[in-house]
Design a protein around this ligand. Structure first.
Ligand SMILES: Cc1ncc(COP(=O)(O)O)c(C=O)c1O
Length: 402
């Protein structure tokens, strides 16, 4: 642990001085972490209830993941895709099998996985479906969050993400989330994909209405359109299943994965799908210097190993019930609505009482890290290694804040 006591204000000022202000972080400067807990530079401990937006599903520095990274550092860290390496095939095999699918396209960040899926869907549309050149459309949902690249923000409905970043990439149709009829109307013969978050995380953990994902699956199959599920935040155990789509008994054509795939150690993302879709890519058409690098693959394999035990999904399912019960009991006591799936909750605070940001600040003062989103909503997404006692303690702090 760092021993520099009382230095938070200076460290905050230094960061503010030297960085672009594209984030508005809470005033805490973290220096150490293990499991569900972090320690700041002044020695204060906090229970992490954001978990790196679900990149830390297995907690901070999970020993199995750190060991996999350490062992790999002693051998090989980067080859580029110009050559193969001994972690590459096994990682892609293990991930394809985890997804019950056939091929893996590894990248680094979530946004890159989304960009890759857009390119693959378009190429599939032209080469397999027979869409006329440059006419492909992709249907997305309002309130989406798929990343920050220029193409992805082109179909964002969040003014902060969108405004002043044009000209925008054409080829996207936005329909209300949860509205199957609107989605059906937006699909035509030019449509190559429906790109959706099974649960909209950034929008406030918005859960799909009953039958929505199954309806998308049926529509996509009937109209020969790819169902692309962005499980970058919802996937890999968070909701109590390996994939949020599984809660609805639905299998998409393409899974987009990121965040927790790198175990909170390295950025690892991927598009996973069948040969009939990912097989359209030819050498030279897509790539990434760091995508599928040995360190990423070694850590990713260890992550898949953890998921294959089923323990983390089980804990998310079990503690998700506790989270739901406790948060639901706060409705009418400063909370207006609660949405929970596994260890993932969106909580709407009565706007008369305080903003989500204010709640996050007060939670920080009580030793809980959480993040607001959109006005009066706060979300809780602790690492899946959190214990029941710790979860109760975090909700006790939230109750006190209210
Ligand atoms: C659903 C979803 N898709 C894509 C992304 C983008 O991931 P990254 O920040 O790694 O580019 C995020 C990040 O929050 C996300 O939640």
């Amino acid at each position: 642990m760092m021993t520099t006591l009382g230095h938070t204000a200076e460290a905050v000022a230094e960061a503010e001085r030297w960085t672009a202000h594209n984030y508005h972080p809470l005033p805490v400067v973290i220096a150490d972490a293990a499991g569900a807990w972090v320690t700041d530079i002044d020695g204060r401990r906090y229970l992490d209830c954001l978990a790196g937006y679900s990149a830390l599903n297995f907690g901070h520095r999970h020993p199995v993941l750190i060991e996999a990274a350490r062992a790999q550092l002693d051998h090989l860290t980067l080859t580029s895709r110009a050559f193969l390496h001994n972690q590459f095939g096994p990682f892609c095999r293990d991930l394809a099998q985890l997804c019950g699918s056939e091929l893996v396209l590894p990248m680094n960040t979530g946004a890159e996985a989304v960009e890759s899926a857009i390119k693959v869907s378009r190429a599939w549309g032209y080469r397999v479906k027979g869409v006329p050149a440059n006419q492909a459309t992709i249907v997305v949902a309002a309130g989406n969050f798929h990343g920050r690249t220029t193409t992805i923000v082109s179909f964002s409905t969040d003014p902060d993400a969108y405004t002043d970043f044009g000209p925008y990439t054409p080829g996207f149709r936005v329909v209300p989330y949860g509205d199957l009829a609107a989605l059906g109307e937006a699909v035509d013969e030019t449509t190559v994909a429906v790109l959706i978050e099974p649960i909209q995380g950034e929008a406030g953990v918005l859960l799909p209405p009953a039958g929505y994902l199954a309806g998308i699956r049926a529509l996509c199959t009937e109209r020969n359109v790819l169902f692309v599920a962005d499980e970058i935040q919802s996937g890999l155990g968070r909701t109590g299943e390996t994939f949020a789509c599984l809660n609805e008994g639905v299998t998409p054509d393409l899974y987009l994965l990121g965040k927790a795939l790198g175990g909170g150690v390295v950025p690892v993302s991927a598009v996973v799908g069948p040969q009939s879709v990912l097989g359209v890519l030819r050498p030279g058409e897509h790539g990434s210097t760091f995508g599928g690098n040995p360190l990423a693959c070694a850590v990713g394999r260890a992550v898949i190993g953890l998921l294959n035990t089923g323990e983390y999904q089980e804990n998310a399912r079990k503690l998700g019930v506790v989270l739901n019960d406790r948060l639901s009991s706060l409705i009418g006591q400063g909370v207006t609505a609660v949405r929970v799936r596994g260890l993932w909750a969106g909580v709407d605070i009565d706007p008369e009482l305080m903003t989500g940001r204010e709640a996050a600040k007060r939670l920080l003062a009580r030793g809980v890290l959480a993040k607001d989103t959109h006005g009066s909503t706060i979300r809780f997404a602790p690492p899946l290694v959190i214990s029941e006692d710790e979860l109760h303690w975090a909700i006790d702090q939230f109750t006190s804040v209210l």
